[in-house]
Design a protein around this ligand. Structure first.
Ligand code: ASP
Length: 310
């Protein structure tokens, strides 16, 4: 942080009362997740519990085609899940390419709290989940299976396709600040529909899909994960806030970085949300249509349409 920027931030912190608790999350499914998180935050609970319980709502929703149970499968018909969680101390846990478990975010939390590791993947993550009492479940709903069959029929040459997804029903990234001023975040997804088997996106990658620094703020990403990873997107948003940028401006500048790192960006969607230590929020995306849900300190849970580059 430059001296000037650091001075600016501390001036703001001195002159404005922080707004909290606050929770924000990606896309319209964020409204229900926020409401669940708010139950914990409004009764003085910890942001870490709030973010986990919040995103679990989306993980259990069979009508949500991009997260958890009911998520659209890879091109071979497997539902494979990615999730991570990060707390106010900077500790974090993550699972990737996890199958048959409805709540990958809770497995990620268990990785964080019960192992010396940050990330478990695939078979190992599944074994760990089962040993820790998580029940196996068939995550492919009839609805998702029908979508997959339709997609297969429409894409006989599927393996050569490059996936582009700019529709607004994606990953949930949720970040929160509690009454004590502690911040946490969680991110969970079934990833890009019809992905190659074994593909992992940005969502379980600490720094890409999610980052929390309790001194500064928290951020999460949605959209084409490969593009986010190339820019280490969420970490970048937090670092831009550290330099004195507002959450809104930090999301915009990180999106510009994604654009610079990804030729062909005009066809991609990437969106960021951010929350700073003062409880200020922001969001920005490449394509129009990205919105995010904010439950503010005054108790209003509402959708905000993000500004976009295109
Ligand atoms: N970022 C997620 C992924 O690439 C998908 C999404 O947000 O739509 O797996």
């Amino acid at each position: 942080m430059t001296v000037q920027a650091s001075h600016l931030v501390s001036q703001t912190l001195e002159n404005t009362a922080p707004l909290r608790p606050v929770v924000l999350s990606t896309w319209r499914h964020g409204l229900a997740a926020n409401a669940e998180a708010w139950k914990i935050l409004s009764s003085g609970g910890r942001a870490l519990d709030a973010v986990e319980q919040g995103v679990r709502i989306c993980e259990s929703d069979p009508n949500n085609l991009s997260v958890g149970y009911g998520g659209l499968p890879d091109r071979e018909g497997n539902v494979t899940l990615d999730a991570c969680i990060m707390d106010e101390t900077g500790d974090c846990g993550s699972v990737a390419f996890l199958q048959h478990i409805e709540h990958p975010v809770s497995v990620a939390r268990r990785v964080m709290e019960a192992t010396p590791h940050v990330m478990l993947v695939g078979e190992g993550a599944l074994k760990f989940a089962v040993v820790n009492g998580f029940k196996k479940k068939d995550l492919l709903t009839n609805k998702a299976k029908k979508e997959w069959e339709k997609w297969q029929a429409d894409h006989p040459d599927a393996i050569k396709d490059r996936q582009v997804n700019i529709e607004n029903h994606d990953t949930i990234g949720l970040v929160a600040i509690d009454n004590k001023g502690n911040m946490s975040g969680a991110c969970t997804t079934s990833g890009m529909a019809w992905k190659l088997n074994g593909r992992v996106g940005d969502s379980p990658i600490i720094g890409a899909g999610l980052y929390v620094d309790n001194e500064i703020g928290a951020a999460s990403a949605t959209g084409v994960g490969e593009a986010v990873i190339r820019a280490v997107g969420s970490f970048l948003v937090v670092e831009l806030m550290r330099q004195g940028h507002s959450p809104q401006n930090a999301c915009r500048l990180a999106t510009e970085r994604v654009i610079r790192k990804n030729p062909g960006w005009q066809k991609l969607q990437v969106g960021f949300i951010a929350l700073d230590k003062m409880g200020r929020v922001g969001g920005y995306s490449i394509q129009p249509g990205f919105d995010y849900a904010v439950y503010d300190h005054a108790g209003r849970n509402r959708m905000v349409q993000a500004k976009s580059r295109l």
